[in-house]
Design a protein. Sequence first.
Length: 431
Amino acid sequence: PTLCELAGVKVPKTVDKKIEGRSLLPLLMNQNVDWPDRPLVTHQGRWDRGRAAENKYKNCRIREGKWNLVNTKNKTDAWELYDIDSDPSEEHDLASEHHDVVRRLAATYEQWWESVQPDLVNEAIDGPPENPFKTAYWKQFGPRPTHEDVSYGKHPKQKLHFWKAPSATAENPAPLLFFIHGGGWSAGNRLSGLSQNLQPALEAGISVASIEYRFVDEAKGVEPPVKVPLTDAARALQFVRSKKAAWHLDTNRIVAAGGSAGACTSLWLAFHDEMADPISDDPIARESTRLTAVAVSGAQTTLDPKQMKEWTPNSHYGGHAFGIPTIASEGDRRSGRFTRFLESRESLLPWIQEYSPYALVTADDPPVYMLYNNKPALGHEAKDPTHSANFGVKLKERLDAVQVPCELVYPDAPNVQHPNLSDAVINFLVP
């Protein structure tokens, strides 16, 4: 009503009868205008089909002036009354002291309930099989997964989407792009950063699995916290491998890919020794964690604060991976946490050596592709130190030393063969 009056729109009488509320224009024009109070009713408004009457009093209230009449027990005689002027937190039920107020407001509620019954026109109508917003999202994003929200563990975050390449058959199994989203192990989901890589892979005959995983703040006592997202990724990889026959996968051709923290996880998987347990009672745990190759963007290649500081002096990333908290009193919380991370390095070193990709490099590791959107400048501060190409330069030096193939791409980089990540993935997987 307020907007209509401001715009000079005349509301038809048939519509005006159905409009709840009143125009606030008089009050906006003059705060001292006579503004009589009126009852305001709220109701939970949700129930199973055909059970409106059974939920008549469910989580409802009627407010008038200082009085707030509340019913949380869904019973005719379960009204509670509060004076919100003197008791705004509603701690003292006054229903037994003001029977007249309870009767009057309860009667007003009964009238309201009867008045809205004709408006329940959608009671018997079947809704769409899927939330329309979800349907619209998939139309915008790209092809829907062949298998959606597949659980690879018991935690709600341990899920993945799987897209089967159209060309994949039992006789002609497809290679796999195993995608791990970024977000600092603290944000994102299994669709984050995937869209630009999904369609090119499928068109090239490559199936795609994109995983979700627990974040470091969901570690619940696991130390270090980064162990949780990293080992979730390893478990998801083993799970996907266990679907070799059902999903028509060539499990000898798997590339892990991702950006930022997902890139770091991908590198950790690539450089880690085989994690399969051949004598486990769990068939999934017997599956391999080794990769054909790894293709990443914006990767943190080390989690050693000393190396980060030497490579890029204004580094401030990584403390959260090892449980170093932020402190509210610190002016710059990120740099403050990183300083404490660096000071704790010696005690954390066994963990750093276990979870830092750089520390795990050996000559039997798979080929690596790394992409950065900035030029390296070793020993100098970076505009974005968390995704600096300095990470890539130093890892490439280490890989070159043990003769593991590595392509490093950044603006004006030499010897670029694959300018984008999708090209590299396809090159690794499609002969």
